[in-house]
Write a protein that binds this ligand. Sequence first.
Ligand SMILES: Cc1ncc(C[n+]2csc(CCOP(=O)(O)OP(=O)(O)O)c2C)c(N)n1
Ligand SMILES: [Mg+2]
Length: 622
Amino acid sequence: MKKIRLTTAQSLLKFLEQQYVEIDGIETPFVKGVFGIFGHGNVTGLGEALEYGKTSLTYLQGHNEQGMVHAATAFAKASNRLQIFACTSSIGPGALNMVTGAATATINRIPVLLLPGDIFACRQPDPVLQQLEVGHDYTISVNDCFKPVSRYFDRILRAEQLMQALINAFRVLTDPIDTGAVTIALPQDVQTEAYDFPASFFDKKIHYIDRMRLSTRAVRYAVDKLLHAKNPFIVAGGGVHYAYASEVLRHFSNEFKIPVAETQAGKSAMNASHPMSVGGIGVTGTETANKLAKEADVILVIGSRLSDFTTSSKSGFKHPSLSLLHLNISAMDANKMDGTPLLGDARSGLIAIAEGLRAHQYQTSMHYQNKIQSLRASWQREIDRLYQLPASEGNTQTAVLGTLNQFITSHDIIVAAAGSLPGDLHRLWQCEKAGSYHLEYGFSCMGYEVAGGLGVKLAHPQSEVYVFVGDGSYLMLHSELFTAIQEKIKINIILFNNQGYQCIHHLQRSHGSQGFGNEFRYRCHDTKQLKGNPIVIDFAKYAASLGAMTFHAKNTQEFSQALINARESTVSTLIEVPVLPGTMSNGYDTFWRVDVAECSTEHKVTEAYQQAQKKLNEVKLY
Ligand SMILES: Cc1ncc(C[n+]2csc(CCOP(=O)(O)OP(=O)(O)O)c2C)c(N)n1
Ligand SMILES: [Mg+2]
């Protein structure tokens, strides 16, 4: 047997280069590169392998470990999970900074390979700098925190273990059902140890992503349910994108005249101008979608995790004899809310169901179609109203979005994650091209936005990328803006400055609070609360100091000009727009369960509690 003598770190990189995925006959090299921040625990291990190993993998320097994992996650999501980045960190805090990123990837079912450094396997330098000492169990290190947030976890205690670990890691990373963060903890001594690896371990390997076809029984069942439906309704989730089913779905809904609503992950599967597109569903959904969902007798959920935001905390689907069908490759998702699983991928499943419906020349009634059109028209009027909402004292958030929606083209990609923007975008944003809307709303992780913009741009260098971010999220984490500047990878940041965590401020005030702890104000001496003057942060100056081209845009005119200048810029840009707090849009025909204190000295809280209790009666229990 031919052998190659390499360190664990060197062999790991050599293996990564040889992994490919293939879907529908198209082959893609799976690992694009490695993000890293060095320290003890990786600099002399993986660091040496990256420097001298003649690897073809791109190395990018990260600037916050969480940020680099978000960038890697956004890259993989924007690559439809066909390409990933690995992330290497030092031990201790460097490693743990990746845990939130790991959870974000896992919850959104996005592959990312994490390679945290770990304490010495030989245990001789003990305790090493940054080592957690667990007196009762010496097998534990901080990296055990990755276990619940990883879809696969391993720790390499001997070089030869790497082979089995990597085979498992790539099984999970390339599995569309099971994918998420994969963590291979690499003790710092083992990274540097050499082993005679069999040469065959480094042969090219293709991971085939075969489409899961619906059984004929399942197709018959779905067709029969839809044929007997009066008000059928489709919910399109992220699975539609991953299965490349957007075109098929657009044809399907048009042919049978079935309305399609989208989850945050599914949005842009339909084009907004499509006559059967009814926009976002659920807590952040449109009035059209939520009204239709309430009355639908058959709901076909395609590729969705069916989170509480989608189901309006299980109060959104109200038909007394509702049939809930799940077209999904994941049995876990397909059984949610006691629905009927249709196990198959979105594209082949829709094609099979369409054949069955076509044979019966099925279409929904004219009455239903007219209703859809009239709801669509009234929602368009609401979008127009919100997109032009004036305010004498400044900009409303929805009007700023209106300007953006007009300026941004279908070749551009928008990125957002947390705060009040995801709600407004899900409700109002009109997109035409699949993949032009990139929202991280599984974890809604503040700090994803800027890093996510970098990841999306790495996947789509030809597109102009626009990051929409609140001041709170930006303050929390924007380190990868520096990475974008360093790498001359241009992203555009639109920073909505409303001086606080305003969506939470809004949420608490609608549940009996006077407003507490959410605005960016100085502490007030009298009340001892954060009720003093607002704190003015010059975000444009702050980003300019990193090398970005920046703009302050006080009004629509300045904003429109800044957008034109930003588009022409070759370096990353940041446009800071002041927006009035509380000018986000509200919910339409929906409910989000946020439990309220059962007893309180404040009567507004007890009132809110009573109201919430009433609403709970509408929630279906499973
Ligand atoms: C990492 C993280 N911490 C806390 C939260 C809870 N949270 C959700 S939105 C939000 C405030 C966001 O503020 P900002 O980015 O300024 O957006 P705005 O609500 O003002 O539009 C908070 C604290 C979160 N989603 N993620
Ligand atoms: Mg804010």
